[in-house]
Ligand binder design. Sequence first.
Ligand SMILES: [Zn+2]
Length: 77
Amino acid sequence: MTQKKKNVKCPSCQQKGDWFSGKYGAFCSDRCKMVDLGKWLGEEHSFTEPLRPEHFEGYADLPPGSYLDFPESDSYK
Ligand SMILES: [Zn+2]
């Protein structure tokens, strides 16, 4: 393995780059990260890649799964 860069696609803007070597995880920028966080909190989110621990940085304050306990409720959208 001589490949040092691993291009990934930013989940928000679809831009490709070596985002994992940056500080925003899979995202190209803080803005895209926040955009995706909004999607996370607002609607169903399907991952296109395996979960990594850094994906949950910033989510630590959320009660685990509490918003999933009321799937019939629209108040979280
Ligand atoms: Zn982006």
